[in-house]
Design a protein around this ligand. Sequence first.
Ligand code: NAI
Length: 270
Amino acid sequence: MSYNLLKGKKGIIFGALDENSIAWKTAERVHAEGGTFVLTNAPVAMRMGKINELAEKTGSEIIPADATLEEDLDNLINKSMEILGGKLDFVLHSIGMSVNVRKGRHYTDEKYDFTTKGWDISALSFHKVMQSIYKSDAMNEWGSIVALTYMASQRVFPDYNDMADNKAYLESVARSFGYFFGKEKKVRVNTISQSPTPTTAGTGVKGFDGFISYAEKMSPLGNATAQDCADYTVTLFSDLTRKVTMQNLFHDGGFSNTGVSQEVIEYFSK
Ligand code: NAI
């Protein structure tokens, strides 16, 4: 069902790699709600070519940008305003990667140049995106910026590795930049703390299958899917949430406030 919640709104969507990506589902949903946008991803992700399908489907243009490079981001933001014919109303940062996770380095055996690369891509890139937008005054008043996070930023999930630290950093950037964006530009900044979701980034985490099944059993409403996340993001881009800012918003079927569920008790009572 579509409500035209984003009619006339313009934005940038980072991170649609394939049809499982949270950003991919969000782009489809934003399109259905009447929003227009530029799609972007790292040049290396473009080579997989999938994003062209999404661009065609949603009538969008693609501008490659490595989210760790300021010059790429400045170019992306200026070109997006040209293409879209004005300033932006929404931005989705849906980017994450840990080299330590990819290379199977344990949290107690990090290789620090991997760590640095991981936090640059997963957390500092959010600051870089916002700083570039802020300096070029590229957001309309009452615009909305959203990044995706995971609750390992606040509680230990051992296999989430250094991504836990990256997410803590990301959430802090959202709060701190949210203050200045709110004061100076009337723009809101939030993070959505999403359930485990079977995507390329998600399934890269060791033990993901156990992780997602456990979360499913612990969440009174069940895990939130990528599609559910797309729906929630649309509400945050809409005019119905104008005073929500600097928040880390749990979107997890109730997982974060559940101590234990009946299913888990029964499993251990066998
Ligand atoms: P995904 O693998 O589909 O998306 C990650 C994206 O980051 C890819 O499109 C990738 O190309 C992009 N990326 C990597 N390096 C980049 C760079 N240097 N510049 C620009 N883009 C770059 O996976 P998913 O799950 O859709 O991830 C989106 C966000 O959701 C990430 O922040 C992730 O940590 C977060 N998240 C994912 C959960 C999950 O279980 N899948 C749970 C909670 C949060």
